[in-house]
Design a protein around this ligand. Structure first.
Ligand code: HEM
Length: 467
């Protein structure tokens, strides 16, 4: 008899996790599987397989835009339940992707950051006011909550002229709770056991998506209402919402349709703050644990702003905070807060010289493992070391070793936005405070599709002449 045909993926290790399920930390679970089974493995869950890779060698191939494009994983597909054909979740061939990309790109050009600087600084000062109160009381701050307040207020004001006013609230804006539950719903939906009863979960999810949609309506209505009722700080028609509502596509002179605008608003409200908040939280975690790195950030900001307790950072100052930026880069190396992206071959192909992939075979890149590949990062990959991002070190490394913002034409549109906002806040906080680790915090990484340091607190104290 003829030998049974082998499945083309048979040479790749297969691990069935149906018995344990995904658990609360699917990404960290996948990292463990990668540590165990190597840089390419298949994960089987209730009969559904997903393919993961994590080495520089393989990711360098997947980054080739001629051979691969963004893939929409089942998880990302489920995010479409609330973000629809917004930029993040659109299929490559959906016409609305290219249309919205072309219309919104100008809002992310380098020159646009200059126009956002003042509003970003205004929100950064809200953090400082809050931390001053905690410092005076000797009370710890909840780091991720405050970073989320700041990044949500920033994208709201800068992108939409809408003030979420998160710092006058006891608890974060209800948008956050609903969003987190929606993201969790998406994260866990791929792990559903057959025959399970998910009606209550789905009903709660629907209530949350309805609420998110109502916030979107509020944001749009605030713009279309009369000038007198607009939130203070609202920018002109050239901000994100202005472009969404009025700009026409150069190719056919049509504007974005109303359903797509709502999807873009929800996409930017989420993508525009959630990951930046996590990045800042991890960076503060590292500065809390690494006095030398904090010292070097302080030296850098002191050189710019001296001992003025209330400096007025200029737009150009932020580009000068090189070491501060390196701290953020290194925080995003160890814990890239959008920790996976998916690629899909444009045609049948072979990767790594021996793994055949069919054109519909999606491959998910585990970014934290790519960022720990010794081939790119040396022997001490767990060590927090911002000097990995000096210009010289970056020159020597493959451009594919570091992908916290994804790759290719579907890479993050908001990268400069996030880095400007985050570098400025980190600089201001390091300039003003010592960071006290009053709880002897041990890192636990919480997953809600994105990553955050779970339960991180620290006590800010005013710096004295001695420090
Ligand atoms: C796409 C990460 C901040 C808006 C992406 C992707 C990654 C990423 C990995 C690619 C996803 C994929 O390939 O499936 C991050 C990180 C951030 C950050 C780590 C902060 C540290 C932002 C900000 C904005 C934003 C501030 C908006 C103001 C978007 C959008 C996309 C995207 C709209 C989809 C782009 C497209 O496909 O056309 N981001 N992001 N992100 N990001 Fe970000």
């Amino acid at each position: 008899p003829a030998p049974a045909a082998r499945h083309p993926l048979d040479t790749i290790p297969l691990v069935d996790i149906s018995a344990t399920g995904l658990g609360p930390s699917p990404l960290q679970q996948a990292m463990e599987l990668a540590r165990h089974h190597g840089p390419i493995f298949r994960r089987r869950l209730h009969g559904r397989d997903a393919l993961f890779v994590s080495s520089l060698e393989l990711v360098a191939e997947l980054a080739d835009e001629e051979r691969f494009a963004k893939g929409i994983s089942p998880t990302l597909h489920s995010v479409r339940e609330f973000a629809g054909d917004g930029l993040f979740t659109a299929y490559n061939d959906e016409p609305n992707w290219a249309k919205a990309h072309d219309i919104l790109m100008p809002a992310f050009a380098h020159g646009s950051m200059r126009t956002y600087h003042a509003a970003m600084l205004r929100v950064a000062r809200r953090v400082v006011e809050r931390w001053d109160r905690h410092a005076a009381a000797g009370a710890p701050v909840e780091v991720a909550d405050d970073m989320t307040r700041m990044t949500l207020d920033t994208i709201g004001l800068v992108g939409f002229g809408f003030d979420f006013d998160s710092f006058t609230r006891e608890t974060p804006h209800p948008f956050i709770d609903s969003m987190v539950r929606c993201l969790q719903w998406s994260m866990t939906s791929v792990g559903r056991a057959p025959g399970g009863d998910y009606r209550a979960v789905d009903e709660a999810f629907r209530a949350d998506t309805d609420y998110l949609a109502s916030v979107v309506d509020e944001v749009i209505a605030a713009r279309t209402a009369s000038t007198s009722t607009r939130a203070a700080g609202q920018r002109g028609a050239d901000d994100l919402l202005g472009l969404m509502l009025t700009a026409r596509h150069p190719a056919d002179q049509t504007p974005l349709d109303p359903a797509n605008i709502r999807n873009q608003v929800i996409t930017f409200l989420i993508a525009g703050h959630e990951t930046t908040s996590g990045a800042l939280s991890f960076a503060l975690y590292h500065l809390l644990k690494d006095p030398l790195a904090l010292r070097l950030v302080q030296r850098e900001v002191d050189e710019l702003w001296g001992d003025d307790p209330d400096p007025d950072p200029a737009f150009e100052d932020i580009g000068r905070l090189r070491f501060t930026r390196q701290v953020l880069n290194e925080a995003l190396r160890l814990w890239p807060t959008a920790p996976a992206f998916t690629r899909q071959p444009r045609a049948d192909t072979v990767v790594g010289g021996r793994y055949p992939l069919a054109a519909d075979q999606r491959v998910t890149v585990l970014i934290p493992m790519l960022h720990r590949d010794p081939a790119a990062w040396g022997d001490n990959v767990e060590l927090f070391d911002p000097t990995r991002f000096t210009p010289e070190a970056e020159q020597e490394r493959s451009p594919h070793a570091y992908k916290p913002f994804g790759t290719g034409q579907r890479a993050c549109i908001g990268r400069q936005f996030a880095l400007h906002e985050a570098t400025m806040l980190l600089g201001l906080l390091a300039h003003r405070y010592r960071l006290v680790d009053q709880a002897d915090y041990r890192l636990r990484v919480k997953e809600t599709l994105t990553l955050k340091p779970d339960g991180l607190t620290l006590t800010p104290r005013p710096r004295t002449a001695a420090d």
